[in-house]
Write a protein that binds this ligand. Structure first.
Ligand code: NDP
Ligand code: 2IT
Length: 446
């Protein structure tokens, strides 16, 4: 079996040189899915995984824009249309200087499995730019978004490809992108998700990823007879996902001790309560400030520059910043300090070596493609509401989100059971694969 997997990975690597993040995501899936294919005749000999690692289409484009000093800048724009077997391409846009083809292909590949797990009819895609919104004025961000959409608009559409937010793309950016799309097409459609509620957005979409990862984490804890109540929780990031994960942990009676950004992490041993979280949300979403400013407001807290929070003892860890932010040494430290559960809010935040430590030590570990699927799930609900030309209430959307996270948890348990231990990585990979593979088989060699 190892030889078959290695041959497959060698072939994929040969075609995708210098794409380490993409190969990392593919390797994890191949290790779980190839043994499953070999055991199941209907998938064997169809080269389904080899087809799935090749994007259906990749769009690359120039994004010129003019900054506030009247200087012409040039960034690179991308859209990876990975798989449309079960629905139109769906996935976020990331604006961050680290964006390149490898990063977006890993995200698009993960998105295919994630979207399949949500039970909603969405294929997988991802896009973005190496543009850095940090330090830019609102007008600069608007001009960039307008230029980006001036090319992207011809490749997307409400039945073709529906982008949304990700790192560096929040409500402000979606607004500018939507405005430009509408102007170019002269159509008001649900072509993007994460829209404002007064112009087609869904209630709970801003909260959905963060709430969803905590609902999933709570499910994992319930499965071993416990809950988040009274648990110490260490979170990374302080953006969209981290903020609403923290809010839900607090609502469920957990204690949030840390949050972070690329400058370092804050540690508040008394717990970041609702009032302190409101301060952080204003700091991040309105002032667009740095997390270290927290200790000026709350001087009993500590700021640890250029470090990640995994050294703080906790019961539960929820990484919500970015890929490969939690390494083997961090995993060993978490385990040594008594952490029993890790729910990934970010995409691929744990390295393969860290995941190995969690698995051999039988820690409850949920991979992002399962535990952070709440965001895209509510994007799917936003699309449904746009098609109906109707809006559901907060409670209706939240109840649907909870049910979807519970169903994803159940799928992972079904496909990931290993002698009393649930391997959520294996469960998510196989459950996500089956639905897409069945659709691809039914649709012929495409
Ligand atoms: P935001 O841009 O709102 O926040 C990102 C946070 O992560 C910031 O605190 C940022 O700090 C930190 N961060 C980003 N890059 C790095 C880095 N290289 N090193 C250290 N810290 C970093 O993004 P989101 O909260 O939306 O996304 C966070 C993660 O969740 C990503 O992995 C994303 O793919 C994933 N995700 C997001 C979903 C969504 O609906 N938004 C859905 C599912 C997954 P700083 O400001 O200093 O850069
Ligand atoms: O990684 C993700 O799932 C997202 N950034 C959300 C995608 C979406 O289409 O809502």
């Amino acid at each position: 079996m190892e030889k078959i997997i290695q041959q497959f990975l060698d072939e994929v690597k040969q075609r995708n040189q210098n794409e380490p993040e993409f190969m990392q995501a593919v390797t994890e899936v191949a290790e779980n899915v190839i043994p499953y294919i070999v055991k199941n005749d209907i998938y064997y000999g169809q080269n389904i995984l080899l087809r799935m690692v090749e994007p259906e289409r990749v769009v690359f484009f120039r994004v010129p824009w003019i900054d506030d000093q009247n200087e012409i800048k040039v960034n690179r724009g991308y859209r990876i249309e990975m798989n449309s077997a079960i629905g139109p391409y769906k996935g976020g846009l990331r604006f961050h200087p680290s964006v390149n083809l490898s990063v977006l292909k890993f995200l698009a590949f993960e998105q295919v499995f994630k979207n399949s797990l949500t039970t909603l009819p969405m294929g997988g895609g991802k896009g973005g730019s190496d543009f850095d919104p940090k330090g830019k004025s609102d007008k600069e961000v608007m001009r960039f978004c307008q230029s980006f959409m001036s090319e992207l608009f011809r490749h997307i559409g409400p039945n073709r490809d529906i982008p949304a937010g990700d790192i560096g793309v929040g409500g402000r950016e979606i607004g500018y992108l939507f405005g430009q799309y509408k102007r170019l097409k002269n159509e008001f459609t649900g072509v993007l998700t994460g829209k404002g509620v007064s112009w087609g957005g869904s209630l709970i979409r801003p909260e959905a990823t963060g709430y969803g990862v905590v609902y999933f984490t709570q499910k994992m804890l319930e499965n071993i007879g416990t809950s988040l109540e009274g648990k110490k929780v260490v979170l990374s990031g302080s953006g969209n996902v981290a903020q609403y994960a923290a809010e839900k942990v607090i609502q469920l009676g957990g204690i949030v001790n840390t949050l972070s950004d690329s400058g370092g992490y804050i540690y508040d041993r008394d717990g970041i309560n609702s009032e302190k979280l409101k301060y952080i949300m204003d700091l991040k979403n309105i002032k667009r400030g740095r997390i270290e400013e927290y200790i000026k407001q709350y001087p009993t807290a500590e700021f640890h520059a250029k470090k990640t929070p995994w050294e703080i003892p906790c019961d539960v860890a929820i990484p919500c910043a970015t890929q490969n932010e939690l390494h083997k040494e961090d995993a060993l430290m978490l385990i040594k300090n008594g952490c029993v559960c890790v729910g990934e809010g970010a995409n691929m935040p744990s390295t393969p070596e860290a995941i190995h430590e969690f698995t051999v030590n039988k820690i409850l570990f949920a991979p992002g493609k399962a535990s952070n699927a709440g965001g895209v799930a509510v994007s799917g609900l936003e699309m449904a509401q746009n098609s109906l030309r109707y809006n559901w209430t907060r409670d209706e959307v939240d109840t649907r989100l909870k049910n979807i996270m519970s169903d994803i948890h159940q799928s992972c348990v079904e496909y990931g059971q290993e002698d009393g231990y649930v391997n959520y990585v294996k469960g998510a990979n196989i459950a996500g694969f089956v639905k897409v593979a069945d659709a691809m088989l039914a649709q012929g060699v495409v």
